[in-house]
Ligand binder design. Structure first.
Ligand SMILES: [Zn+2]
Length: 267
């Protein structure tokens, strides 16, 4: 193999990895169906492990209705790639002391009561929700898990029956609560959050409102410290300004007739 051929091959391999990882069509290692299956397994583990106190749906119907309405508005905007393929199921974790939200591959979304109480309006929450949904929809989370655990181990997890690989499944579930995404993935999730919210009544730069409130000192791991919060606010605002987004469709702080402060008071 001469040098030019070798160079072309190397470039082709690099190009494949770049394009496959970014296009979200499932040709890179995991299939979209693998994301769906892994998400369902991890979600079942999170719910059965006893590590998390997940608020019951029937006795917290109003709170779940609020979040589901917000999710449906985001999905109705048409910018989510795997709108119909992924579960997009909301879960509320009863933990006032934790500022966190995360989303499994395949779209099982977990929001802590601590985050809901900390944010000041519905657009901020919609921005964070959009950001977390983007990590699943752009397949950052499954890609990150592949890097962390390796493809073979994750595939063995998918093919195992209930009761097998319990410890591994627990470890993967725990990893998801604090996955360290790359700088590029964080930036992309911020951008897609804007795209998702743009057609809705929420402030398309809602995620930036979160960073403005939290400042530069203590950004929690789930939104990562890189790129730095100031740059993220500027980038998110610029992305929103570059689009012609819906405005004043309704008062976004009233979701299904419920003001955000009333929603916060449900916990
Ligand atoms: Zn993130």
């Amino acid at each position: 193999m001469n040098k030019i051929t070798l160079f072309l091959c190397f470039t082709l391999v690099l190009g494949l990895f770049t394009s496959c990882k970014k296009n979200g069509t499932g040709v890179f290692l995991f299939s979209v169906q693998d994301d769906v299956d892994l998400g369902a397994k991890v979600d079942a583990e999170i719910k059965s492990s006893g590590e998390f106190t997940i608020l019951d749906r029937s006795s917290n119907a109003a709170a779940y209705n609020y979040l589901n309405t917000m999710r449906d508005q985001i999905l109705a905007g048409g910018a989510v790639t795997f709108k119909d393929e992924f579960a997009w199921e909301l879960n509320i974790i009863d933990d006032d002391s934790t500022l966190n939200a995360f989303c499994t591959p395949g779209g099982y979304i977990y929001v802590y009561t601590g985050l809901i109480k900390y944010l000041k309006n519905s657009s901020s929450l919609a921005g964070v929700m959009g950001h977390e949904m983007a990590h699943a929809d752009r397949r950052h989370s499954s890609s990150q898990l592949q890097q962390q655990y390796g493809l073979d181990i994750l595939l063995s997890l998918l093919s195992s029956t209930t009761g097998q690989n319990g410890e591994l499944l627990g470890n993967v579930a725990a990893s998801l609560t604090s996955l360290a995404f790359s700088r590029a993935d964080e930036k992309e999730a911020d951008k897609y959050s804007v795209d998702y919210l743009c057609p809705t009544a929420y402030d398309a730069a809602g995620a930036a409102r979160f960073f403005e409130k939290i400042g530069t000192s203590s950004t929690p791991a789930f939104l990562s410290t890189h790129p730095n919060p100031e740059n993220r606010v500027a980038n998110i605002n610029a992305d929103a300004d570059a689009l012609t987004c819906s405005e004043d469709l309704e008062n976004p702080d009233v979701v299904s007739g419920v003001p955000y402060t009333d929603f916060q008071a449900m916990f």
